[in-house]
Write a protein that binds this ligand. Structure first.
Ligand code: GUN
Length: 291
């Protein structure tokens, strides 16, 4: 029987620590503030933004939720970002991805004050991650994956970690994070993606396999070796007429068959997802502390 890595429980531990830090900051008259900007009405994005806002309130953070219509222009969005950059009550800004097609997302990210970029997407923060400069912000999902492993007592140092996926939100920063020097890192990292040859040969050599390819149940039993650790970053909606909402959530891993073979695995939902929000809160507190 494999160990279930329960993100919900580990996120609770993170929140307990954060509550202490937030209380300390408040004693000194400082309340961390997060602004979350949503353009358009993508249902999944709307659900994420609601969850982030709710968690801020739960922790007693200052939360601003900006919901802008899908027709918002690039110039209007830039103007809102610049207002938030100047707002002293706001320490972190997140623009929910993906925005509508007419928005140049990279230009919006470059317009963020890097000191408020709690997503860690600004080129300055990407560079700091690559350089090992800990004053920067690391993207929340990679941070959450690392924390899950550390809190579960899984040795990362010296392990062969195979990251499946090369996005700027997960795969690429995760590879940089885990190959860094220091606690919770020092891994031997291989990145594979949709164009990789002999993909299953490579994933089978992983001590830790992290699936972030965005394809429902892509990872099958043949992709993992006995006793490996599997972290499933995927959150995919698949049609299911038997549920009330008409869909259910599945990861990038075929959980039933893979969990039979591995020593530890994250569930979906309840694995990486809760950790991503916890790390966003953690980055927001860090942004406040560093100011
Ligand atoms: N969309 C999916 N994941 C993320 C994330 O971590 N940050 C932002 N801004 N948008 C996302």
């Amino acid at each position: 029987m494999s160990q279930l890595i329960e993100g919900r429980l580990i996120a609770e531990k993170v929140y307990a620590e954060l509550r202490g830090e937030i209380a300390e900051l408040k004693k000194r008259g400082r309340t961390p503030g997060l602004a979350v900007v949503l353009v358009g009405d993508n249902p999944a994005s709307r659900a994420y933004v609601r969850a982030k806002d709710k968690m801020c309130r739960d922790l007693g953070l200052h939360s601003v939720k900006l919901e802008l219509p899908a027709e918002t222009t690039q110039a209007e969005l830039l103007a809102r970002v610049e207002e938030l950059n100047r707002d002293a009550a706001i320490h972190g800004i997140l623009v929910q991805s993906p925005p509508p097609k007419h928005i140049d997302e990279a230009a919006i990210v470059r317009a963020l004050d890097p000191a408020k970029d709690v997503d860690g997407f600004h080129p300055m923060n990407v560079a700091k991650l690559a350089l090992g400069d800990e004053s920067g912000f690391v993207p929340c999902t990679p941070l959450g994956c690392q924390r899950l492993l550390v809190e579960s007592g899984i040795e990362i140092s010296g392990a062969h970690v195979v990251v499946l996926g090369r996005s700027m939100i997960v795969g690429k920063p995760l590879a940089l994070l885990l190959m860094r020097k220091g606690r919770g890192s020092d891994a031997t990292v291989t990145v594979v993606h949709s164009r990789s040859q002999r993909l299953a040969d490579i994933t089978r050599s992983a001590d830790i396999l992290i699936a972030a390819i965005g394809q429902p149940q892509f990872v099958r039993a043949e992709h993992v070796r006995d006793g490996a650790v599997v972290i499933d970053v995927g959150i995919n909606r698949v049609d299911d007429a038997t549920t009330e909402r008409g869909y259910r959530l599945v990861g990038d891993v075929a959980f039933d068959e893979v969990s039979e073979k591995v020593s530890a695995i994250t569930p979906v939902p309840g694995g990486v997802g809760p950790m991503t929000i916890a790390m966003l809160m953690s980055n927001t507190v860090k942004a406040c502390r560093q100011r």
